[in-house]
Structure formats: C-alpha cells, structure tokens
Design a protein around this ligand. Structure first.
Ligand SMILES: Nc1ncnc2c1ncn2[C@@H]1O[C@H](COP(=O)(O)OP(=O)(O)O)[C@@H](O)[C@H]1O
Ligand SMILES: [Mg+2]
Length: 234
C-alpha cells in the first residue's frame, strides 16, 4: 500500500501559552476524503491552521508528500500542494470574482480561471460581480474554486456548509466528490453537517481533548448514534 500523503505525528499547537492540540497523530491516504468532526471549540480550525503553517507546531512532526513541513511558512505549504478554504470563506469583498480567483494563484492562466468557473456555473454568470455582492453560498463556491486554482493535491476545507442553504451545500458536496474522483485529490473536510459528511467522506475522525479520539468509516456513521452523542453536541 502507498505511504499516506499526510502524516501528523504527535503534534502540539495552540495560542499564547495554551495548547489546543496535544500530541495529535493522524494519517491521511492519497485520494481519501476525510471528515473531521467534533464539538465547537474542540480544535478543528486549530488543526487546519497548524497544517497550513498559520500556527506554530510546538512539538511533533508534519509530513506531506514526503516533505517535512513542520513549521514551514504558509506559502511553502501551498507550494507543496495544499489548498485551503478557511472558515468564514475570506473572499475579497471589493474584488471581482475573476480577481478573487486570480488570488488563488497569481500565475493562473485564462484556462485555469475557466476551469475553476466550470466547477460552479454561477461564478461564470457573475464573473464581473464583486465578491461582497455574492450570497454566502456563492462566496463559499468562490472560496473553493479559488483554492482549486493552484491544483492542490490536498484540499482542506473548514466548515464549508456553515450558514449556507441546503441546495448549495449539496452542489458543493457533488463538486467535491467529482474533483476527488477525477483528479485523485485528497480532501480533509471539517464539517458539522451530517448530510455533507455522508455525501462526501470515506472516513470520519472525531477530535476531542486535543487528539483524534476515534476514526470510523463514513458509511458506519449513520448506524452509530452513540458516537455522535459522545463526540458531537447534537
Ligand atoms: N485566535 C485565538 N486566540 C486564542 N484562542 C483561540 C483562538 N482561536 C481559537 N481559540 C481557542 O482555541 C480552542 C479551539 O478553537 P477552534 O480550533 O477554533 O475550535 P473549532 O474549530 O473546533 O470550533 C477554543 O477554545 C478557542 O476558544
Ligand atoms: Mg472552527
């Protein structure tokens, strides 16, 4: 079997003097779509920010595609092939859709922009509109397309369904499944939305106490209400 594409080995990280992640270990296989769940404040965003080089790794080791990225700056993580869709989307409100997409890769060519717009037709229909004029769901689609412009081998998304109408959530889920199948892309999806998790994911891990508490095949999740009761605030 192939080596995992991503290995987090004994990672600790947090804010100020406090640790949120404590000795966290996780491996992700190439092509896998991994869901990451857990209660609010448990450290899901902290995990993604640490992976992206936005927070310091206090101890442990982070390896992606054979590169040691422990405490690598964000631009090196991105250059190594990791695309990031932050919680809250962070589109540039005064930039047009096209300009926002270019921010995903300043060397993007027109056909890269076209390919990104093919993922979500609304982006082409409204190419000259500003990011700030889009609905929350359209902004989320824009943030995902922007992350894909760099052709990442690993796409990480932080609660893409948050505050978005169900029809767009489903559309996003379908697109994620499609890019992972067509391009063999690995995905890490932080989510609370069960429909999206079961639509997209192969496996789900639950975060608790600064670590990965358990890992289950996504197909088993719906038959495991005890797991959801234990690790989620449902
Ligand atoms: N910028 C920050 N400064 C200090 N503490 C933070 C900051 N961001 C998050 N935290 C704290 O870190 C913990 C984990 O937060 P977070 O990773 O955002 O949780 P989740 O994404 O699982 O809801 C929480 O206790 C939160 O209050
Ligand atoms: Mg979060």
């Amino acid at each position: 079997m192939d080596k995992p594409v991503l290995e987090l080995d004994g990672i600790s990280a947090g804010y100020g003097t406090g640790l949120v992640l404590q000795d966290l270990s996780l491996t992700v296989d190439r092509g896998e779509v991994l869901g990451i769940m857990g209660r609010n404040g448990v450290g899901k965003s902290t995990l993604l920010k640490t992976l992206m080089g936005l927070l310091k790794v206090r101890s442990g080791r982070l390896t992606f595609s054979g590169h040691d990225l422990t405490n690598a700056p964000s631009y090196r993580v991105a250059a190594a092939g990791v695309g990031y869709v932050p919680q809250g989307r962070e589109v540039f409100p005064d930039f047009t859709i096209r300009q926002n997409l270019i921010m995903g890769n300043l060397k993007a060519r027109n056909d890269d922009i076209d390919a990104a717009m093919d993922l979500f037709p609304v982006l082409r229909e409204r190419a000259r509109a500003t990011g700030g004029s889009l609905s929350g769901g359209q902004q989320q689609q824009l943030a995902i397309a922007r992350a894909l412009i760099g052709r990442p081998a690993l796409l990480v998304l932080d609660e893409p369904s948050e505050g978005i109408q169900p029809s767009i959530v489903r559309e996003i889920g379908t697109t994620l499944k499609q890019v992972s199948a067509e391009k063999g892309m690995t995905i890490m999806l932080v989510e609370q939305n069960m429909d999206m998790i079961t639509q997209c994911c192969d496996r789900v891990v639950f975060l608790e106490g600064g670590r990965i508490a358990t890992s289950v095949p996504a197909a088993q999740l719906l038959e495991s209400p005890a797991l959801l009761n234990k690790y989620m605030a449902f």
